[in-house]
Ligand binder design. Structure first.
Ligand code: G6P
Ligand code: ZN
Length: 544
């Protein structure tokens, strides 16, 4: 095998965001763009010689090409062994699972998660560390620094590696193992959940569910686990074949992008339970018949019911949520007598807490839920957790959630996104808010009084690193909260996210529509920040 060293010059825009390097396909398709980034990743791997890596992707456009480039570059850079998913496919949680089970030195997931795919869509590269979780900031910053100084990359001159069948192959000295993308992940799920009870539920004639894989990577996982192993009727999984453009839709499991599933769950033929996952399989959306479960409620409810699930019967060490996620989880933690940590947005911030055994369950408002079983959020895991609860409690989804609200109070919650806005205007909006924090404390707006206002910063209790500037928080005197934050995952313009939360302890007032219950708060959020005026938008582009 001949190794070529090819001269290159840096691209200046290869700083990974909240979740890896994410750009338009056209950006990634530029000469040497992917190669520069991969060489930068390989250059900062602490022990590259003889290292074991896990590699896969969500099957989006450019996946096939990129996976061959990564394999050839790994071989040329002295990597010892690569486990790669058959067909180049691996979900993000399955990658995390394989890294941990094989004590690999890290992993690479080729995905732009829930962003659209296809030639005009997005592509991405996510890098994971030896704990199976997203690379921490110090590693992504090192990759970025390297990408700005790079002068050459190394790549093997070789035929493409056949990935269509499991088995061993070689690229020079490097061993390649093409693995079944589903097997080890499915085995882990069987250890955590009561598969007999779930199978009983899925096979009974009185229960029906639909799982929407959104033409993305969870199709093969859901078909194997839900239909083959658990015996759900054929057709339970829809859109189960991964497509390079995800059928033209963003594979994002929320009420906007998964509208067909939502319409089905609210329609005349509605089944009892509905769920969907995103492009790379780490996000989840949970629905009951004519009922949407907010992700913030979902993680709180899983924590409150964890004792019903075999893998969590021993109790929870602690829990965590990202700052903008509603405080429903905090109330459960209080009741359980455990700690609830509040972290910045981004799954990587849960990694240290999980590694140190401080928490067992964690979740985010952005449709991410997970636990100590991996170091990534895990969409199908959340679906199986819910199925286990439904099997154990024999009650409909809506009834379980309403009972939860009666016990703990309801946190009305919504996120309003202003996507693709002018980056400078968005930055100025948050900077001005930051500059006004002192004035906002104690300020009165009609009936509302701002009790506290700050810019969230977090010191990791394990490695003591600090992340500041993580979102502007306004706490109102009546307990409501508004958070403003700029997204770290977009590829076009900027996205302002406004997170609205209002607590309602009174059961007779817990059944309102969330948007109605939060309408006044949304108006106040706009009044304080001047969103419409400054961004030139009349309304949010996405409401979740
Ligand atoms: C990814 C990350 C999540 C994060 C989400 C939203 O999915 O893995 O941890 O919550 O993006 O991030 P953003 O910066 O766009 O709000
Ligand atoms: Zn994802």
């Amino acid at each position: 095998m001949r190794i070529r060293e090819i001269e290159t010059t840096p691209y200046e825009d290869q700083r990974p965001g909240t979740s890896g390097l994410r750009k338009r396909v056209a950006t990634f398709a530029q000469p040497r763009y992917l190669e520069n980034f991969i060489q930068s990743v390989l250059d900062v791997l602490p022990e590259r010689d003889g290292a074991t890596l896990v590699l896969g992707g969500d099957g989006r456009y450019h996946n096939d090409h990129a996976i061959q480039v990564v394999l050839k570059m790994a071989a040329a850079n002295g990597v010892g062994r690569v486990l790669v998913g058959r067909g180049g496919l691996l979900s993000t949680p399955a990658t995390s699972c394989l890294i941990r089970r094989h004590s690999a030195d890290g992993g690479i997931v080729l995905s732009a998660s829930h962003n659209p795919g296809g030639p005009h869509g997005d592509f991405g590269v996510k890098v994971n560390g030896p704990n199976g979780g997203p690379a921490p900031e110090r590693l992504t910053e090192a990759i970025y620094a390297r990408s700005r100084a790079i002068t050459s990359y190394r790549i093997a001159e070789a035929q493409d590696v056949a990935l269509d069948r499991t088995g061993e192959a070689r690229l020079g000295k490097m061993a390649i193992e093409v693995v079944d993308p589903v097997a080890e992940y499915a085995a882990l799920m069987e250890r955590l959940f009561d598969f007999d009870a779930i199978a009983g539920l899925l096979r009974s004639t009185s229960f029906r569910m639909r799982f929407d894989a959104m033409h993305a990577v969870t199709g093969p996982y859901a078909l194997e686990i839900l239909e083959r192993r658990l015996g759900a009727p054929p057709g339970t999984v829809v859109n189960g074949t991964p497509l390079p453009d995800f059928g033209g839709e963003a594979p994002d499991p929320n009420r906007v992008h998964a509208r067909a599933l939502v319409a089905h769950l609210y329609g005349p033929q509605a089944p009892d339970f509905g769920a969907a996952c995103d492009g790379d399989g780490d996000r989840n959306m949970i629905l009951g018949r004519c009922f949407f479960v907010s992700p913030s409620d979902s993680v709180a409810l899983l924590a409150a019911n964890a004792h019903l699930v075999p893998g969590y019967r021993a109790g929870l060490a602690g829990v965590a949520r990202s700052m903008p996620t509603s405080r429903a989880l905090d109330r459960v933690a209080e009741r359980l007598g455990i700690r609830c940590y509040e972290t910045p947005t981004g799954w990587k911030h849960f990694g240290n807490l999980l590694d140190a055994g401080l928490i067992t369950l964690c979740g985010e408002e952005s449709f991410g839920t997970g636990s100590s079983h991996l170091r990534e959020k895990d969409g199908l895991w959340a679906v199986l957790f819910w199925l286990n609860l439904l099997a154990a409690r024999c009650e409909p989804v809506a009834q379980i959630v309403r009972a939860h609200w009666r016990t703990f109070g309801r946190h009305y919650y919504s996120r309003h996104d202003y996507e693709g806005v002018e980056p400078q205007a968005a930055r100025r909006l948050t900077e001005d808010l930051r500059a006004r924090l002192g004035d906002l404390r104690g300020a009165r707006f009609g009936e509302d009084v701002v009790r506290e206002a700050d810019d969230f910063s977090y010191t990791d209790p394990v490695d003591h690193t600090t992340a500041s500037g993580q979102g502007i928080r306004l706490f109102l005197a009546d307990g409501a909260r508004v958070v403003y934050r700029l997204s770290g995952t977009g590829t076009e313009g900027a996205t302002l996210r406004v997170y609205l939360e209002r607590f309602e302890p009174e059961p007779s007032r817990q059944d309102a529509d969330a948007q109605e219950a939060l309408a006044d708060l949304a108006r106040l959020a706009d009044e304080i920040a001047g969103i419409r005026a400054r961004l030139g938008r009349e309304a949010p582009s996405v409401v979740t």
